[in-house]
Design a protein around this ligand. Structure first.
Ligand code: 4NP
Length: 144
């Protein structure tokens, strides 16, 4: 299974979802491929935000090698599931879908809730990490 994690900048939330899920996928011996992208292009080519790198590093996960990329409509055919962090990401990604089948690949990462954007509030990085970690565990239980 190929899963794409999407947020706005691809430097705070989706790199955490990408790194945490990739870590758990390895731990569980799954053959899933994980990547991430953003709907905005400001940070394309940049490493994740230092605060995301640190919160992950403190918990044994290295996301420093990731580089931000812009969501490309070609991703609809290359990924099985596209998991978005908030409702604006959902609108932005779905607006690029060319068919109902492509739209159906897109869901909120938390199903019925959003992952808050920690970019403007450094205190949010630990709770956001924990929220993403617990959802990744659940997704592995549900889909593995
Ligand atoms: P992310 O957070 O979508 O979780 O990567 C953001 C990063 C950068 C910006 C906004 C949100 N920005 O406006 O540059």
């Amino acid at each position: 299974m190929k899963i794409l994690m999407v947020c706005l900048g691809n430097i705070c939330r989706s790199p955490l979802a990408h790194g945490i899920m990739e870590f758990m996928v390895k731990e569980n011996g799954l053959d899933w491929e994980i990547d991430s992208a953003g709907t905005g292009d400001w940070h394309v080519g940049h490493a994740p935000d230092k605060r995301s790198v640190q919160v992950a590093k403190d918990r044994g996960i290295d996301i420093s090698g990731q580089r931000a990329q812009l969501f490309d409509p070609a991703f609809f055919s290359s990924y099985d599931r596209i998991l978005v962090m908030d409702r604006q990401n959902y609108k932005d990604v779905v607006s690029m879908a060319a068919s109902q089948e492509e739209k159906d690949k897109v869901t909120l990462f938390l199903d019925n809730d959003i992952v808050p954007d920690p970019y403007y509030d450094s205190n949010m990085f630990i709770p956001v990490f924990e929220l993403i970690e617990s959802r990744c565990k659940q997704l592995i239980k549900d889909w593995a």
